[in-house]
Ligand binder design. Structure first.
Ligand code: SF4
Length: 163
């Protein structure tokens, strides 16, 4: 687990993200499809810092978690709204917003990576199900073997960069 102080910094950053997204005003038709990854045809990537905040604050979920959908979506709604990661906050399917989404993703992922570096936390970036199945409540400063399919992002294969 990362320190509370760093978790608060991540949550503060989420506040900034939310304000930037609200200012951009993307349209959401609340289909819930974007959280059903296989149906939508994309993968949600996140960093270990975001995963830590999510796992510390989200409701319990059943394991194993598949790559097909997010276990926190219930009846088309997110049950982990406060701690949901960057891509969940930034992604909207509104075509007129995609350039803004890419810009916000790049900016805030860089800032998240800087936060990890400043605090001597190993940077890891992987699909959601990897963290939910393998990395729950581990110490980010501890030495670990590689998690398969982990990548270092430029622009990610995330909900913003569809796969
Ligand atoms: S955490 Fe919430 S917004 Fe993100 S994929 Fe899961 S249900 Fe959707």
């Amino acid at each position: 687990m990362i320190e509370d102080r760093i978790q608060r910094q991540v949550l503060d950053m989420y506040g900034e993200v939310d304000r930037a997204v609200t200012a951009a005003g993307p349209i959401c038709v609340a289909s819930g499809k974007c959280c059903r990854f296989k149906e939508y045809g994309h993968t949600l990537y996140l960093s270990n810092l975001e995963a830590d905040v999510l796992l510390s604050n989200a409701p319990p979920y059943e394991q194993p978690v598949s790559a097909d959908f997010c276990p926190f979506q219930k009846e088309n709604l997110c049950t982990a709204r406060e701690p949901r990661p960057l891509a969940c906050r930034i992604f909207f399917c509104d075509p007129s917003y995609q350039e803004t989404a890419n810009r916000l993703t790049e900016e805030f992922l860089h800032r998240m990576k800087d936060l990890a570096r400043e605090n001597d936390i190993e940077w890891r970036y992987a699909p959601l199900h990897h963290f939910l199945n393998h990395e729950a409540h581990t110490n980010p400063k501890r030495e670990r073997g590689p998690v398969s399919d982990v990548q270092t992002p430029g622009l990610p294969r995330s909900r913003v960069g569809l796969v």
